[in-house]
Design a protein around this ligand. Structure first.
Ligand SMILES: Cc1cc2nc3c(=O)[nH]c(=O)nc-3n(C[C@H](O)[C@H](O)[C@H](O)COP(=O)(O)O)c2cc1C
Length: 212
């Protein structure tokens, strides 16, 4: 087992039940050893055929974070436009996830680190293989008191993101994950009850032992 394993001493249960999306960060830089161990945990993830078609592009350089932040903001609003949302006036105050995602779009460039979780090939197969890795990454970060969230970019910024980081044509950026010590707290999570989401042996059969 790798040396990093012993550093993630938080119980798995605590990590699982408190790892909510963190979108506001303290400016404190993250220790290189922590960043290394977080990426080392990411590469332990299951993946199709053990091809490990991933590359974890860690961005800490302030100028590159700032530029990526500008591109992220443009991408976020491009996604909203695709949904028919033109601007902040279309996002009601009650939509708290949306509002906090909107704020992240303004602030992501000042997160102390951003990981571009990339696949080394194009296509859905390679992209799917990085999904477990990003969860590993976030759980490992959580165990070190570091928060983050999964985000995506948009085709409108793809070429410029590639140019900024030298990402080759055959690869793809799957997720963009800001990391930092939270301003605010981890968990608890707001999730539907198990009874609403779990079934036994047939789509709409939920026995009492699963429902309570
Ligand atoms: C595939 C995927 C894409 C996501 N994209 C974004 C995003 O673009 N911006 C963002 O702020 N959060 C994004 N999230 C985070 C979700 O909003 C978050 O996991 C969800 O609202 C639950 O939040 P909680 O874990 O804090 O309860 C994404 C999550 C997933 C799994």
């Amino acid at each position: 087992m790798g040396a990093a394993a012993d550093r993630f001493a938080m119980t798995l249960g605590r990590a699982l039940y408190s790892m909510r999306a963190i979108r506001r960060f303290r400016p404190d830089p993250l220790a290189r050893a922590d960043l290394r161990d977080i990426l080392d945990a990411a590469r332990q993830a299951p993946n199709g055929g053990n091809a490990q078609p991933w590359r974890f592009l860690l961005v800490t350089d302030a100028a590159k974070r700032a530029r990526l932040g500008e591109l992220y903001r443009e991408a976020w609003w491009a996604k909203r436009r695709d949904e028919g949302v033109a601007g902040p006036q279309d996002i009601p105050p009650g939509k708290s996830v949306r509002r906090s995602a909107m704020r992240l779009a303004d602030e992501i460039g000042s997160a102390p680190a951003i990981v571009l979780v990339c696949a080394t090939a194009r296509g859905a197969g390679a992209a799917q293989s990085v999904i477990p890795a990003v969860q590993n990454l976030l759980l490992a970060a959580r165990a070190l008191g570091i928060g983050g969230t999964i985000t995506t970019l948009h085709a409108v910024v793809d070429e410029r993101v590639r140019a900024l980081f030298g990402i080759p044509d055959e690869a793809q950026v799957v997720y963009c994950v800001p990391l930092g010590y939270p301003r605010g707290r981890f968990g608890p999570l707001a999730r539907k009850p198990l009874a609403e989401v779990a079934a036994l042996d047939a789509w709409d059969a939920t026995p009492d032992w699963l429902a309570t």
